[in-house]
Write a protein that binds this ligand. Structure first.
Ligand code: PHE
Length: 338
């Protein structure tokens, strides 16, 4: 009897040790513990055939064996499952050196755009996000450039149809802001503008602008000059000087071209400023009464000023780059310098 039990135990241990997957495991479990035909369960049934005095000892030994088998099977199943999980998991060699990632960085023009927006936000301006695909009305007509106005020619335009175009400047911020807000208004808009220009060292068919509009009671050229001075000193250098020359833009009256003292020679005269000591940087002026009126500003005490500036142009000057195309070529050797 003892022998039967120990043989059974030994063969179970061998079978159990050979289990490698959950299918094997089930087969071994059934071989020993199946209700019908299991070797352990079957042996227990023989209890009744034994002489009465042998029954308790045999019963105890068989129960112990069954518990042993159950425990071992449980433990084996855990091990088998863990092994199967590990096999599914991809092998990771934690000692392997990492792959260096080249983290991206903001494009110099985008960074300058953000810097400029920040200057205005600090002065209490709102930043409007306006459409690049614009209506003729906002780009030209409401800015005092009716159809066939000759000033339209100065900004060769990409048209979709008669009424829709790629904006040629950000000055549409004047109309959009006055249509949707009541004075006092302080707003800017920055972004891409498009013109049918050749792509060369100083021109690009797409470039960036920032346009500024301030509308409230009693504004005059003095306010425009004061704010321009603060802005230009923050963008370039606190030591720069500024001058206004008369200039024509249909949507301002009076209008001005604004120069800064040459940042390369501090105004002494060099090749960059063509020996003049000045560099033209932006267009500005008092918002034309017709523009105010068309955008719904009827109170004669309310006036406005506006200016518009090329962001790429500022980048070229600030970083001493002599070809605008470098900013659009996406050559990392160039971009990594910023
Ligand atoms: N929109 C003009 C340009 O693109 C610049 C400008 C803006 C001039 C506002 C005057 C007032 O050249």
């Amino acid at each position: 009897m003892r022998e039967t039990i120990s043989r059974l135990r030994q063969s179970f241990e061998e079978d159990c040790a050979a289990v490698t997957g959950s299918e094997d495991w089930k087969a071994v479990r059934d071989k020993y513990l199946a209700r019908e035909g299991g070797l352990v369960t079957g042996a227990l049934k023989k209890l009744r055939e034994l002489p009465k005095e042998e029954r308790p000892a045999f019963g105890q030994a068989m129960n112990a064996l069954r518990e042993f088998v159950e425990d071992r099977l449980d433990a084996r199943l855990q091990a088998v499952k863990a092994g199967e999980r590990d096999r599914k998991r991809p092998f990771v060699d934690v000692t392997r050196p990492g792959v260096p990632l080249a983290p991206g960085s903001a494009h110099p023009i985008k960074r300058l755009q953000a810097e400029i927006e920040e200057i205005f936000v600090s002065m209490g301006f709102e930043v409007l996000d306006l459409p690049e695909i614009e209506r003729d009305y906002y780009n030209f007509e409401a800015l005092n450039m009716p159809p066939n106005h000759p000033a339209r020619d100065a900004q060769d335009t990409f048209y979709f149809d008669d009424a829709t175009l790629l904006r040629t400047h950000c000055s549409s911020v004047q109309v959009h802001s006055m249509e949707t807000r009541k004075p006092p208004i302080r707003a800017i808009s920055t972004g891409k503008v498009y013109r049918r220009d050749p792509f060369d060292a100083t021109h690009s068919p797409m470039f960036y602008q920032v346009d500024v509009i301030v509308v409230e009671e009693g504004l005059h050229m003095g306010h425009l000059k004061g704010m321009l001075d603060v802005f230009l000193k923050r963008v370039f250098h606190p030591g720069i000087k500024m001058r206004l020359r008369p200039g024509f833009f249909p949507f301002v009256e009076p209008g001005a071209e604004v120069d800064i003292s040459c940042i390369f020679c501090s105004g002494k005269g060099c090749a960059k400023c063509k020996q003049s000591g000045w560099i033209e940087i932006l267009g500005a002026g008092m918002v034309h009464p017709r523009v105010l009126e068309m955008s719904g500003i009827r109170d004669p005490r309310v006036t406005g000023f506006a200016w518009g500036m090329g962001i790429d142009r500022v980048a070229i000057l600030k970083y001493g780059v002599d070809d605008i195309r470098l900013f659009f070529d996406n050559d990392l050797r160039f971009l990594n310098q910023f």
